[in-house]
Design a protein around this ligand. Structure first.
Ligand code: 2E4
Ligand code: SF4
Length: 328
């Protein structure tokens, strides 16, 4: 056994949220019902291991629906799609299964509603992220992207008393509040979303990291580099006082040098990360003298989402996409 070098603080909650669980099961269920190949537009969730595992089971990941043979089954990823993508799928007679997280759909509904009421919508989020592209697509003529503080100065609105901010679901809570404060400096009448757009899972994972960060010499976050919520956990850890923090997909990516002089290692994972990858990190650390694991609990999560309606038993036959048209 390795000589004891220090302890591990393990964040709780971490890993899969209800939306990811539902999306991954949706692809597995689609494969069971329809057989391989089942096409998936974009990565179902932003995790290398999840994508590779589903590929081995017969999922084929594509960037756009025009890569999917006409009449085939296609799953839309958890991050959501714009009405234009539903339309393209309809044109190609694709049989769609929409695995968009219901909490992303909620933001789409807010965007549609505020566009219908002729508001200017300031969408706080990361340029190029799939979720932002999907949400903006609901009301492109009414929506401006605010990708952090640098964009605040260039925002233009028609009526400063008819402006609302919405956001991507996986942002840093603190950074978003700071951006909102700056926007309010320019538009005092700015309205807030009717309920939090940054979702419960994002908030809870950030809160757990905050609770342990100041006690950690190193925080290892398990997650992929294109996973917004996972990347945010590294930033939150450093912001909240961790001496060092790194994002890894697999335990084998941890550099032994990161452990020099380290007595407390924090471990957490993004919302798209299967627990097996965290277990492998804990084993890797235990083999190097960090076998003592203490859990840091920030919240209890019980939320479970029903599967997409296209997969419900009574509706085994898939309908051709019938999503309502855009508000614009
Ligand atoms: C859908 C919405 O958005 P992010 O890059 O964090 O996605 P990821 O797939 O890593 O996490 C799951 C998810 C999916 C989060 N929000
Ligand atoms: Fe849904 Fe939140 Fe999970 Fe994203 S992180 S899939 S919004 S529950």
């Amino acid at each position: 056994m390795a000589e004891q070098r220090g302890r591990v603080l393990l964040a709780d909650p971490r890993g899969y949220c209800a939306g990811v669980d539902r999306a991954v099961i949706a692809v597995e269920r689609a494969l069971e019902i329809h057989g391989a190949p089942v096409y998936v537009r974009k990565q179902i969730v932003h995790n290398k291991h999840v994508v590779a595992t589903l590929e081995r089971k017969g999922a084929v990941f594509v960037e756009e629906t025009d890569e999917v043979p006409e009449g085939s089954v296609v799953v839309f990823s958890a991050h959501g799609v714009s009405p234009a993508v539903h339309e393209q799928a309809r044109e190609r007679q694709l049989r769609t299964i929409d695995a968009t997280c219901p909490l992303v759909t909620k933001v789409h509904m807010e965007a549609k509603r505020f566009a219908r009421d002729d508001y200017d919508i300031l969408l706080i989020g990361h340029r190029g992220h799939e979720e932002v592209e999907g949400t903006m697509g609901e009301a492109p003529a009414h929506t401006q992207l605010v990708d952090g503080a640098d964009d605040v100065a260039s925002v233009q609105v028609r009526d400063p008393d008819k402006v609302v901010w919405l956001s991507q679901t996986t942002l840093s809570v603190d950074e978003t509040l700071a951006t909102v404060d700056q926007l309010k400096g320019r538009f005092p009448g700015l309205q807030a979303p009717p309920s939090d757009d940054i979702c419960y899972a994002t908030q809870n994972r950030q809160q757990a990291v905050k609770q342990m960060a100041a006690d950690c010499d190193l925080v290892v976050v398990v997650g992929s580099t294109n996973s917004s919520n996972s990347v945010r956990l590294v930033e939150v850890a450093l912001e909240a006082g961790a001496r060092d923090s790194h994002l890894v997909d697999y335990a084998t990516e941890i550099d032994e040098a990161w452990l020099d002089g380290v007595s407390t290692v924090g471990v957490t994972s993004g919302a798209s990360v299967p627990e097996i990858l965290v277990s492998e990190v804990l084993d890797w650390l235990a083999a190097r003298g960090y076998a003592d694991v203490e859990t840091v609990v920030a919240a209890e999560e019980r939320l479970v989402f029903a599967l997409p309606h296209e997969l419900k038993p009574r509706r085994a036959a898939l309908a051709v996409d019938t999503e309502a048209a855009t508000a614009d």
